[in-house]
Design a protein around this ligand. Structure first.
Ligand code: ASP
Length: 393
């Protein structure tokens, strides 16, 4: 082993990226990523040592479940000490859900975890797969002047841009730019050079590994890593550490050590507001056995129907201990429940306003937070504040 080489672990879960065309039959079959160096000969110039861990049964990501997120988290945990960074190869359809889930589950993360995939199989001539993979590897291996990883966050790399994973949404089934992070600029853009965004609030490892933790709010709670944010390259990360102080109190391991949270609450669903939705439907959904939480996708800045019977159903659910988060259907902008009467009614019913979080991040955050089985006040606090930079604060 060459000690100067960065050790990057590729976790292969499935998806289009892993497909190559069988020379004889022409059919698509999975590519063996342990042969990545052969497939992409120039990779040796990156001075990385690649290792590969793959799912036994490769998945079309439409079939992904929370149990698979636990599997990915366990694989990262298993290889954490030995690896400098991780690439998760994943289908694009649910990549934003998985990247969001892992960004919450991986606590005190100090290393890059980059999700990528492709629109065309890697074995197809015009594939975006090679480009996405090479750039992800280069970013995962990058260090700042202080020797810390450039990125120490869960990200999505796609279409020449690096995004914070919990900010992404797949918006195109056609373009090579398949993902968008509508409420936060890209953390890095790839052109002739890789341009990392400076002063990026320290939320991500763009500003140095410690900055990341500052953002998490998690560590900021203890003041420990929040303070570390000061060391972040961007300088803005110290501020994020301060944000951390607003986070929920004392629920994370205060030793700052990496760990993967594997308890996820799964009785959570998404209800999308639409004109004509009737009380019967809402009542049925809210009375599902074992329901723990709901992501309510509302209009504009967090508005929903003002019909008293509808609001009474929500209020009743909250009183029964069901958590409801208000997330806007708009790709861009945020929920401000106090802005219109219709939003205010939701607030009065006990619905939690969730700022500019995506539905993908809201769903997985609720799974993560409710999995901790904390007292109600602490749970609401965690759901309302930014834990991983998923909400602009
Ligand atoms: N259905 C595929 C998946 O998500 C699509 C892709 O990989 O882009 O696994």
């Amino acid at each position: 082993m060459n000690i100067n080489k960065k050790r990057i672990c590729i976790i292969y879960t499935g998806g289009t990226i892993g497909m190559i065309q069988d020379e004889k039959s022409g059919a698509l079959r999975p590519f063996n990523f342990s042969k990545t160096n052969e497939m992409i000969p120039g990779l040796s110039a990156l001075n990385v040592e690649l290792s590969v861990a793959a799912f036994d049964d490769l998945l079309d990501s439409s079939n992904i479940t929370p149990a698979d997120w636990v599997k990915i988290a366990s694989m990262i945990e298993e290889h954490y000490d030995y690896s400098d960074g991780f690439i998760v190869l994943h289908g694009t359809d649910t990549m934003s859900y998985s990247a969001s889930a892992l960004s919450f589950m991986l606590e005190n993360l100090q290393k890059p975890v980059i999700f990528t995939g492709s629109q065309l199989p890697i074995g197809v001539l015009r594939s975006d797969g090679k480009d996405n993979l090479i750039n992800s590897i280069e970013i995962a291996a990058a260090v700042s002047e202080s020797g810390l990883p450039r990125i120490s966050d869960v990200c999505v790399f796609f279409g020449r841009k690096l995004f914070r994973g919990c900010r992404t949404t797949k918006y195109s089934a056609e373009n090579f730019d398949a993902f968008v992070s509508a409420n936060e600029p890209a953390l890095a853009k790839v052109g002739v050079h890789i341009a990392y965004r400076s002063g990026a609030s320290g939320v991500s490892g763009v500003s140095g590994a410690n900055g990341v933790n500052g953002v998490n709010g998690v560590n900021g709670v203890n003041g420990v890593n929040g303070a570390n944010g000061v060391n972040g390259v961007s300088g803005a990360s110290g501020a994020s550490g301060a944000n951390g102080a607003n986070g929920a109190s004392g629920v994370f391991n205060s030793d700052g050590k990496f760990r993967a949270e594997k308890n996820l609450a799964t009785n959570i669903t998404i209800i999308r507001m639409h004109p004509g939705v009737n009380d019967k439907t809402i009542e049925m959904l809210l009375s599902m056995p074992h329901l723990q939480g709901v992501i309510l996708e509302t209009y504009g800045s967090g508005n929903a129907i003002t019909r008293p019977s509808f609001l009474a159903l929500l209020q009743n659910a909250v009183q029964r201990g069901i958590y409801i988060m208000n997330v806007t259907q708009c790709l861009q902008g945020c929920v401000e429940q106090e802005k219109y009467e219709s939003g205010l009614f939701l607030q009065q019913a006990g619905v939690i306003g969730s700022g500019d979080i995506t539905s993908e991040a809201a769903l997985t955050k609720m799974m993560y937070v409710l999995g901790k089985k904390l007292p109600q006040e602490e749970t609401v606090k965690m759901l309302s504040c930014s834990l991983r930079g998923e909400i602009t604060q």
